[in-house]
Write a protein of this length. Sequence first.
Length: 257
Amino acid sequence: MSHPRLVAFDLDDTLAPSKGEIDDRIAELLRDLLRRVDVAIISGGNEQQFRTQVIARLDDLGIDESSRLHLLPTCGTRYLRHDGAGFAAVYAHDLTDDEKTAALAALQEEAERLGLWEAEPWGDILEDRGSQITFSALGQRAPRDAKHAWDPSGERRAALRDAVAPRLPGLEVRSGGSTSIDITRAGIDKAYGMQKLAEHTGIRLDDMLFYGDRLDEDGNDYPVLAIGVPSIAVDGWQDTADKLDALIATLPAPVAR
């Protein structure tokens, strides 16, 4: 590929600190990219996180740039595009009430049994994201250092995933971020989201480029690499920014539609 037609990113720890807004430097790099190619962001975070962490920081985009931005919260179980007035859902694969109840119960019961249920978390441990149920071991607002220290080997997340999955045979249970387990409809992960993106945009997977911080085989970014999307591993948003500086220097001059 001479240059990508679409550049895609994970969000937390790739474009922004976990649960934090994108930095001014990342915001400016995204604006520059959007003047040249399509941009997608796909993450386990919910729609509101996308609106707070990204959209609110890019509120000065023109219509042309906004039309090139693709947002896929909850690992692609939702897809948002700009409709001329704002970002609206193209699709949303929400779980049923029964599926949500079963997932929430299985996560709490198995976490308690394994000794992984935190007595004093930073915020809610369980979150209903509509199309995804998420377990955050230390709570939704846990500081980054505590999150990265909790399970550096991934063994705790793997143990909980393996305990919960047999209880939810119709759902997908997978390790998410550094302390999280995500549950969606079966067969839906970031690979699904990227494939839907290819269908909706007409851009082939091998004409895309993906940046993520969890491209290891147990990471939640790995499915993107596994389906053949050229991918670049990063270590935090500053590393992403440095690598984007190098990428943008190779791209064509800004285009207009």
